[in-house]
Design a protein around this ligand. Sequence first.
Ligand code: DGL
Length: 261
Amino acid sequence: MSTLLGLFDSGVGGLTVLRQVLARRPGQRCLYLGDTARVPYGQRSPEEIRTIAAEVIRWLGRQGVDGILMACNTTNALAFDVAESLAGVPVLGLIDSAASQLQADRVGVLATPATAASGAYGHSIRAVHPGAEVVEVGCPAFVPLIETGQLSGTALRQAAQAYLEPLLAARVEVIVLGCTHYPLLQPLLQELVPADVVLVDPAVAAAARLDGVLPPCLDQPAQRLERCCFRVTGPADPFSLAATAWLGERPEVEQVDLGQG
Ligand code: DGL
């Protein structure tokens, strides 16, 4: 039996991370928690985000996970220390995973308002690449639109154009999708930026780092999601429906109370 990896996000966004994990480690057992009762995280205060992260990490710990991948940049930016101190198992983040792989001198970051305000991407990128110019932009409109399944349309396009403006003015070479909901906007964003600007999904680097933390998964399940469990703090059905578009099949989802179990 392979190890159990815990992943969590405020909602469906972290499924972009789960997809990268399963692409790299098809046999990995995964427990995914979507804290849909509290989505979005990105407009909350740092204190609230740290309290939420503590609750989620404690709950994952009680489920017996062997490692945790924070599939949420906002908690990664504001509460990585909280997660590490409470988890009792290895914790991987998206931000330092992405930063360690970036080579560009001018980097743009699209993220939730809380992540952008924390400056976490800038700190991590400059720690590896001291001369880098990093422009971080908070995108409050994105998560509420994505959670309701709106991946195109005028409102989204206009918001994207406005958020990209300062990045394009700074002539960034790379744009980090610094919220796990945003890889779903990749086709739209790619249309709005010059062809030579590279969009980076931090989940790719984070999934690769798992190989150094958890043992290899030697066998593969017959069904792609067979070894994945999905839990949410809000109603199960809307999540299960929204997740179908992301995963290509409808997952079984159960609602949980993080205070119990
Ligand atoms: N998907 C999460 C992130 O990567 C949280 C988005 C939100 O709830 O605002 O930041």
